[in-house]
Design a protein around this ligand. Sequence first.
Ligand code: GLC
Length: 463
Amino acid sequence: MDSTPIDEARQLLHDAIIHYKGKPVGTAAARDLNLASPNYADCFIRDFFPAGLVLLNDGKPEIVKNFLETVLELRNLQREVSGHQIHPGVMPASFHIEVDDDGNETRVPDFGDRAIGRVAPVDSMMWWVLLLGAYVRKTGDRDLAQSDRFQSSMRLSLELFLRDTFEVFPTLLVPDGSFMIDRRMGVYGHPLEVQALFYGLLQTVLDLLPDNDEACRRLRDMAANRIKTLRTYIRIFYWLDIERLSEIHRFKNEEFGTGSVNMLNIYPESIPDWVDTWLPEKAGYLVGNLGPGRMDFRYFAQGNLLAILFGLTTPEQSQNILNLYTARWDDLIGAMPLKICYPALEGVRWKMLTGSDAKNAAWSYHNGGNWPVLLWPFVAAALKSGREDLAEAAFEQACNRLPKDQWPEYYDGRMGRLIGRRANLYQTWSATGLLLSSQLLEQRQGLDLFPETPEIGHNEPSP
Ligand code: GLC
C-alpha cells in the first residue's frame, strides 16, 4: 500500500531524532545529505517546537522533557562569546552532538558565536518557555516547571526581558536577524514576530511562576503589567486597515508633547505605493515593525498568526487578518502555504536592507519565499478563529506537494511555485508543520497547548 503524506512526514521526524548518551534529545534541522550548510545538522530550538508539539500530542512527552533539560544544561556551559559575558538567561540557537574517536559524546551549543552572520538568538528562550508551557498543559507535570532549575531559568529570562532599557515603548528592542528570519533583512528594532512571542512567553511564565516569595511576586507584577501595555500598544499602533491608512496618510508631523496623535512621527510620504491598492476593504493586519519615524508596512506571516493564536489581536482583528488571506490568497498562500513576508524587497531596497544578500534575493528564502513550516500557525490561527475552511484549503495544498517535492525548506517565486534555489530537502520542520496541522485539523488535538488569553481590561482605547 502507498504511504500517505502523513506516514512520510512521521518517518522523516523519526529519522531526524538525535540522541545523546542513548537518550533522544532533539531533532536535526534537515535530513538532506547535500545540506546547504553544515549547521542544518544541528537541533535548532525554534525548529524543534512543532516537533515537540507533535510528540506531546502523540503521547511521547519524554523526548520533549529531555530536550527542555538539555537546552537548560547547555545554557550553563557557555558564558563568554567574543570576549564578553553573555547574559545567563540567553539560550543557544542550536546544538549538536560531537563524537570523538573513542566514541565520547559532547554537546556543542551555538549562541550565535558560530552561526552565519553571528546572529543573536533572541527567540530561543521564548520558544523554550512556550514548549515548557505546552508540556505542562499536556502532561499536568507541574513538578518539572516548579523545580529550582526550571524556575531559575524562567526568572533569568524574565529579568532579561523586563529589565530597564533606554526605551519608552513596551515592545522589545532586538537586533537584525534575531528570530526565524536570522539574516539581515531590515528586521531590527521591534519586529512583530518577536513581540508576539514575547507576549506568549509572558503569559506562560505568569502561569508557571509561583508567587511565594517577594522577588517572584515583583516579577509577576511586572509581567502582568507588561502584558497589558504590550497588548494595547500592538493593537493600536501596529494595526493597519484602510481606515487607519487614511489617518496615517493625513498625519501631521513634528508634534511635540503628550497629546500628539502621530506619536512616532511617521511621515505619510513613507507609505509605500503598493499598500493602498493591495489592502482590501474588510481586512487588515499588524505591520512588520514600528519605531521612531519608522513603520515597516510589510506583512509578516508568523508574527500575525502567532498574534491571533496567543490572543494579542482582538477577535475582530483576527477575523480581518484571515480576511486578508481570503482576499489575497495567491499572494499570501500561493502554490505552497505560506508566504513568509509580502512584498519582497527589490532593487536598491534589497541592496540596502539585506546588504545585497544573494540568498535573500527578491521572492526567495526570507525575502518573500514560501515556507511550509508556516502552515501550522496558519491552521491553528484559522481554527481558533472558526475559519476551518481556510485551514483545510491550505492543508490540502501542502499535502499535495510536499512529499512529491521531498519536503523542501522553502519555495521561490511570487506564488511560491518553484522549489527554493538553495533549499534543503527533507527539512524536518516542513514535515512536522504538516503533522501538527493534521493533528490540529483532523484529530482536533493540540489547540489547548498554547497560552491562555485572559482579557483583563479588554476595552482598549482606539487611536
Ligand atoms: C534557517 C532559518 C532558521 C532556521 C534554520 C534551521 O537559518 O532561517 O529560522 O531555524 O534555518 O532550519
